[in-house]
Design a binder for this molecule. Structure first.
Ligand code: DC
Length: 431
């Protein structure tokens, strides 16, 4: 596991959601509510008029539905077949009544646990639920189990005005065969019956502090006036000369370190990716480029990091890993060199190695038109034509892909990245 993961489990109305959200805010971590996933799917089952007790029908619905778990800011969101599942849907009375039945189906759990484990590759997080410490992330040393007497929990739900038969739900959740609600052996248990929300939150934060968990400061973004000015000039130039259009920039808005992996056809590509984004990113350049005094002054202010020419491979790898580990983003070109003829070239192993060693996600980028504007055979760019920059969905690699052994495993990652770049097209309706 590359990120810190904190597990908070407990029965209904034990206070775990509120505490988990506050702990996540305190440390600047992601907050993942696993119960929301079971609730979202339960809502979908009811919406499709499938009987929750008919496991075969429920599974068939699961198989034909597209279940997407993503992040909005620092919290998890869920879409099923493209529909956003809102809090109102998930808190409905009929969802409360059926969610434990759905959550007891082993295949449903398997699918949702895989999604929950996937979040662990996206950043430091606090995840709350019933089986987080026992099944989802049993390897984490940071586990809490919150509890409270049944009377107190029923009172809390009533005070929230929610009609929820929690005794019934708790019984089902703790007596099911697969991943029943129970504290992990190494979880710290906290009885919240007579504690306020603030007191419980403080207790959890204190424990984590003692165990060495620290607030993740947002990386200090180097955004000097030089970067700002160059950014504005490049953006204006690309706009005027090439009517540059950016598609799906929202896909690039993910927290933490990541690589932008772009096709490479021209010297224009690094500034094209940089100006297509809202946040500053990092670039690599041979250290010989830093020789002229103007460049040795300018390039560092443009977040460009020198790599040693004599030892380019090792030095660039080390620097590229360091940057994303600090939570920053950088652009890499999996093909290694600019294309000689405008077509995509096979990916080199380098990007696979970076990903395998850092575990960060990759955002594929495809640039259209930069070859026509400024191919490697030209000394100067042509000042016409059209440029599109298209971002793909972030690729989060599975633990299995990241730990696949040797050069072949790294090449598999590189190839997957290149395929994702190749699959990007300019959306319909744009010129
Ligand atoms: O946390 P919650 O009350 O929103 O969870 C709703 C239901 O989802 C809960 O009754 C059981 C199920 N659940 C689960 O089985 N495993 C989890 N990790 C989280 C929730």
């Amino acid at each position: 596991m590359h990120f810190v993961a904190i597990a908070i489990d407990g029965p209904a109305a034990s206070g775990k959601s509120s505490v988990a959200r506050r702990v996540a805010e305190h440390f600047g971590f992601l907050f993942i509510n696993s119960g929301a996933m079971y609730r979202a799917f339960t809502w979908w089952v009811l919406e499709n008029r499938v009987n929750p007790s008919d496991a075969t029908a429920v599974l068939s619905l699961l198989q034909r539905s597209r279940f997407e778990c993503g992040l909005q800011g620092r919290e998890s969101i869920i879409r099923i077949d493209g529909r956003a599942v809102t809090e109102d849907f998930m808190r409905r009375e009929d969802v409360n009544a059926s969610v434990s039945t759905i959550a007891a189906i082993p295949e449903v759990r398997r699918a949702l646990v895989a999604q929950q484990q996937h979040f662990c590759s996206m950043g430091d997080l606090v995840m709350e639920g019933r089986d987080i410490g026992t099944v989802v992330i049993p390897e984490t040393p940071y586990k809490f189990y919150l509890d409270a007497s049944a009377e107190v929990r029923v009172r809390r739900r009533r005070a929230q005005g929610i009609d929820d038969n929690i005794r019934d739900r708790d019984l089902k959740d703790s007596s099911r065969d697969t991943a029943p609600l129970r504290p992990a052996d190494d979880a710290q248990r906290i009885d919240t019956s007579h504690l306020t929300l603030e007191e419980v939150t403080e207790k959890v934060i204190q424990t984590l502090h003692v165990e060495g968990v620290r607030r993740r400061e947002p990386p200090r973004q180097v955004m000097s006036w030089v970067y700002n000015l160059t950014y504005a000039l490049c953006k204006a130039f690309f706009g005027i000369a090439y009517a540059m259009e950016v598609h799906h920039a929202e896909r690039a808005r993910i927290p933490g370190g990541a690589y932008f992996a772009s096709n490479h056809a021209s010297f224009l590509d690094p500034p094209l990716v940089g100006t297509a984004l809202e946040e500053p990113i990092f670039y690599l350049a041979r250290n010989t480029l830093f020789k002229p005094p103007i460049f040795s002054w300018l390039l560092p202010r443009l977040n460009t990091v020198p790599v040693d020419r004599d030892n380019a491979e090792l030095s660039s790898l080390r620097v590229s890993m360091q940057i994303v580990k600090e939570g920053k983003k950088m652009v890499v070109f999996p093909e290694g060199t600019r294309t000689p003829d405008g077509s995509l070239q096979p990916a080199q192993r380098g990007v696979g190695m970076l990903v395998a060693k850092t575990g960060v996600p990759v955002i594929p980028v495809r640039i259209f038109g930069s070859f026509e504007a400024f191919p490697r055979t030209s000394k100067f760019p042509k000042l016409d034509g059209k440029i599109h920059v298209v971002f793909g969905h972030p690729i989060h690699f599975s633990e299995e892909e990241l730990t696949a052994k040797g050069k072949a495993g790294q090449q598999v990652i590189s190839d997957r990245v290149m395929q994702a770049i190749a699959s990007l097209t300019v959306p319909d309706g744009t010129s």
